[in-house]
Design a protein. Structure first.
Length: 365
């Protein structure tokens, strides 16, 4: 699907450590502010235990997880919109992503000084939001200037555009993010081409110390209180613990480590699944003796569109989709049993694929 989640945050928050835990692309980490000179991109496997449940009922040569791209964007700072620190280049990298994972420093460590002198995750949220808001205001102002020239010549759509843009300008100018402004769909179209930074959905990850991995700490409480009522996804992850888990090759060793730490699964697994959901993605499966594979599609896609994710020929020559529901397949145990139980469905071009559907595409080209 080529959709990307960007990991953002101030420098020295531990976001690159978390990125390295979920990616085979290893970004450089150290204690010096602005040491990173480029964004890192990693293709991340989305954990899905359903694949292994399917394998219990279909012998297969391999299992293939679906993936999502994660971009580790070097740390921001006050003045980034003016070129300070990593500056405008990485604000541009943020613009190219579809959603954001904002890592907040929620741990104390004298050996890793905070860029602003003290740990205050709520202040950090405000700092990053402000930098993004300033860039959005610049984009809006430039478009208003373009539309004003058209409006003078009698262009009605330009006048409507100016009205909508002024609403966004006033909202963002009041230190609010574009995504929180309630607008009609016809108003939103006037900012779609701007790819506003504060329009992107955001998940907040509180990076805590090891002893706070399960229960959180005072900093996490501050974040939850500050974001209460803002419909914000907040996860608690101990980056240092996740880094140790990622170094263990044996699954048994990882599970033992998690158990000792009081955790049921790696926090980064929760983060990747949450990012997948935030991107409005879902999974369907193909099941056979060669492979059991998870495929990524946007919610609301039809069967032909899903077929096109597998191969363009399948969409072009789509005839029908043979569909089984995941729960039916693992409960009944086989395709044959699903057929006998009336749980094997033939669907046409208008069928909207649901999360967990098992598809077999019939086509002719």
């Amino acid at each position: 699907m080529a959709l990307q989640c960007g990991i953002i945050g101030l420098t020295n928050t531990g976001k690159t450590t978390i990125f390295n835990c979920i990616s085979n692309t290893k970004g450089e980490t150290n204690a010096f502010a602005f040491s990173a000179v480029k964004s890192n991109i990693g293709v991340i496997q989305v954990p899905d235990p359903r694949l292994y449940e399917l394998e219990k009922h279909q012998v297969t040569e391999k299992i293939v997880n679906t993936t999502v791209e994660i971009v580790d964007i070097p740390g921001l700072a006050k003045g980034s919109n003016k070129g300070e620190g990593v500056g405008n280049k990485f604000l541009g990298d943020i613009r190219n992503t579809d959603a954001l994972i904002h890592v907040l420093r929620c741990f104390d460590n004298d050996a890793l000084p905070h860029i602003d002198g003290s740990v205050d995750p709520v202040r950090d949220v405000e700092t990053v939001d402000f930098e993004l808001q300033v860039k959005d205001l610049e984009s809006i102002e430039k478009k208003i200037q373009r539309l004003e020239k058209l409006a003078k010549s009698g262009d009605k759509d330009a006048r409507h555009g100016i009205e909508a843009l002024n609403r966004y300008r006033d909202h963002i100018g009041n230190f609010q993010n574009a995504r929180t402004l309630e607008v009609k769909e016809e108003e939103k179209k006037h900012v779609d081409d701007l790819f506003l930074l504060t329009m992107k959905p955001v998940m907040y990850v509180c990076n805590v110390d090891e002893k706070s991995a399960v229960t959180g700490n005072k900093y996490v409480t501050q974040v939850r209180e500050a974001l209460n009522g803002k419909d914000a996804e907040i996860l608690v992850i101990a980056g240092a613990v996740e880094a140790e888990i990622a170094e263990l090759e044996s699954i048994d060793d990882r599970m033992a480590f998690l158990s000792d730490a009081g955790l049921e699964e790696p926090g980064v697994d929760k983060m990747v699944r949450a990012a997948y959901k935030m991107l409005n993605l879902q999974t369907f499966f193909t099941v056979g003796p060669k492979e059991i594979r998870a495929w990524t599609i946007k919610r609301g896609m039809t069967a032909p569109q899903a077929a096109g994710v597998i191969h363009s020929d399948l969409e072009r020559g789509f005839i029908r989709a043979e569909v089984m529901k995941y729960k039916d397949f693992v409960t009944l145990g086989s395709e044959h049993a699903c057929r006998d139980a009336g749980k094997f469905y033939i669907e046409g071009k208008s069928y909207v694929v649901e999360d967990g559907d098992i598809l077999h595409i019939r086509f002719n080209v």
